[in-house]
Design a protein around this ligand. Structure first.
Ligand code: ARG
Length: 567
């Protein structure tokens, strides 16, 4: 239990009225001056009920409260001030962490409830963009965070594998494609054909008719069209899998847009039955003006269904299949309106669960302050970014620790981890700049800095030669915790609260920033204290080092970043 929890518990024992822990939690204040204690309970709220002045109430509570867990408890005016006992508190928190190890910070916010996370979801036959990378790493971290607080995440890769563009792609492939070429470099070749189609069809509009015809065939299940489509999907997925492997991300489902082909008729029927479908210039729409949104386009003039129609079917399918308590969509902020429309249409359809759907938007990655764009040549190729990051990490390891075993493996963990960490350390809505040299630095606000700090802590523990499993019992003989150590202990105790905040705000950056602060505090401590000095405080200091190692490793794990023991 953290300090606040201790205060709440002892208050509950003496308060003359029932008050829920959540209520007390919101009432407690941090006094402006340390002289007034570490937490203060304002008694005003009790005055009416108790027919006493707040000052009297505070004085009365101060007499009754059990102060054993604290340095002291004092009434000052209308406030009851709690002074925490740093020794007792430190011992308790370190014992908890050393006993629970990686389980430290687990909580039961979710009660096992299912939470599908729509994440990554690139479009087949096209390269995965930096936006898809962001969605992948944010989604992956959210899944781990949700699991930590006892939700059951379900990671869904809603592949963009259906739509009129596949009519164009098949047309292009039939005209200019070669199986050999595609096999060598699938995605780039397919993209090339597709781009070529758009260059040519300006002068040859009959190509558009062919494309429409191929898409119609595809929707009708024509064998030739289907076979080509399946092949495009398969080779695209193989390329995507390489990226997922390197990032260490796995999915529970690859049901993409095409999966919902036979599930949309029902949606259209419900919409029609409820009188929600209107014709507008030959197309079928749902009017959303009362939500101040543009109409949702459900069916095109030619009867073809659309992105949102597939998303409606997917939302209903997920509700039926997973009985979710929340349903998340980690998709760039440019699709905010789409998800507003999706929720609004579901609401109109009578889905009382539409407010369990949450779009988790995120900002852009820029380069030199500019939006990435294929046309301006500011593309960042994901594979290349990861390769370069690993090479850079390898170079630095070579300098810092030439004798390291498993160098290549560590370089992979550091290079890839650096890219992931950089993506997660900013508030997800902020746009951020990508500069590889910055990202892979071993100092500053980087992933490698946190990894390096963790490895340093592990190395101290190895050098101590102690059997760390025995430490919890020996903590009692720890000497005085000094001021710097106290700063670390307070941070360690914050970890569960940080996890809760990251989950409720869907914001992995809370954990990334926390890890950076903890690493910094630890390095400061290490610079001024001889941990391995053989005196009475040794066990206490080692316990502190081990607790830091445990929490840093777990924080990195929650971000999807590995923590090598040596680097
Ligand atoms: N494939 C889409 C894109 O790349 C993202 C899909 C997001 N998920 C969804 N259920 N709409 O823009």
């Amino acid at each position: 239990m953290d300090f606040k929890g201790q205060v709440i518990q002892s208050l509950q024992q003496v308060l003359p009225v029932e008050m829920a822990p959540e209520k007390l939690n919101s009432l407690l204040e941090i006094p402006k001056s340390g002289k007034l204690g570490d937490l203060a309970f304002p008694t005003f709220i009790l005055a009416k009920e108790m027919h006493q002045s707040p000052v009297e109430i505070a004085a009365d509570l101060a007499k009754k409260i059990d102060a054993a867990a604290f340095e002291k408890v004092q009434a000052v005016g209308p406030y009851l001030n709690f002074f925490l006992d740093e020794q007792k508190f430190s011992q308790q928190i370190l014992e908890t962490i050393l006993t629970q190890q990686a389980k430290f910070g687990e909580q039961d916010l979710g009660q096992g409830g299912n939470v599908p996370i729509d994440m990554s979801s690139p479009n087949i036959a096209k390269p995965m963009s930096m936006g898809h990378l962001r969605s992948t790493v944010i989604g992956n971290s959210l899944a781990k965070l949700l699991e930590k607080v006892n939700y059951q995440p379900i990671k869904i890769n809603h592949l963009g594998d259906w739509g009129t563009q596949f009519g164009k792609l098949i047309t292009a492939y039939k005209l200019w494609g070669s199986e050999e070429e595609v096999k060598k470099d699938p995605i780039n070749k397919l993209l090339e054909y597709y781009v070529h189609f758009h260059q040519v069809d300006v002068k040859h509009p009959e190509l558009d008719d062919q494309a429409r015809e191929w898409f119609r065939k595809l929707e009708d299940g024509d064998p030739e069209a289907m076979e080509l489509w399946k092949w495009f999907r398969k080779i695209s997925l193989q390329t995507f899998m390489k990226v997922y492997d390197r990032l260490g991300v796995e999915f529970d489902s690859y049901n993409g847009e095409a999966f919902y082909n036979d599930k949309m008729a029902e949606i259209v029927e419900i919409l029609a039955d409820k009188g929600l479908l209107h014709e507008s210039r030959g197309a079928q729409i749902v009017d959303l003006s009362k939500y101040h949104l543009n109409p949702a386009l459900i069916k095109k003039t030619d009867g073809a269904t659309l992105y949102i129609t597939r998303d409606l079917a997917a939302a209903v399918y997920r509700k039926r299949t997973y009985h979710f308590v929340q349903s998340l969509y980690v998709v760039g902020s440019e699709q905010t309106n789409h998800f507003k429309q999706l929720k609004a249409v579901l609401h109109e359809m009578g889905a009382d669960w539409s407010d369990q759907i949450h779009h988790i938007p995120f900002g852009l990655i820029t380069s030199g302050g500019h939006k990435l764009s294929t046309r301006a040549g500011r593309v960042i190729l994901l594979e290349k970014v990861l390769d370069d990051a690993v090479a850079l990490a390898q170079k630095q390891i070579e300098q810092k620790n030439p004798g390291l075993k498993h160098k290549a493996e560590v370089a992979k963990a550091v290079g890839v981890g650096a890219v992931v960490f950089h993506d997660l350390k900013n508030n997800r809505m902020d746009n951020f700049d990508f500069n590889l040299e910055e990202v892979v630095r071993f100092e500053g606000e980087t992933g490698p800095y946190v990894q390096y700090t963790h490895a340093r802590a592990e190395s101290i523990l190895r050098k101590s030669g102690k059997n760390l499993g025995e430490l919890p019992d020996q903590l009692r003989i720890s000497s005085q915790i000094n001021l710097e150590a106290w700063g670390i202990v307070k941070k360690l105790a914050d970890f569960p609260t940080m996890i809760e905040r990251a989950v409720t705000e869907y914001e992995p950056s809370v954990i990334a920033k926390y890890a950076l602060h903890l690493a910094k505090a630890f390095n400061q401590y290490y610079a001024h204290n001889r941990v391995l000095n053989d005196d009475a405080g040794l066990n206490g200091r080692l316990a502190l080092v081990e607790a830091v190692a445990i929490v840093l490793k777990e924080a990195l794990r929650l971000l999807g970043v590995k923590a090598p023991d040596e680097m």
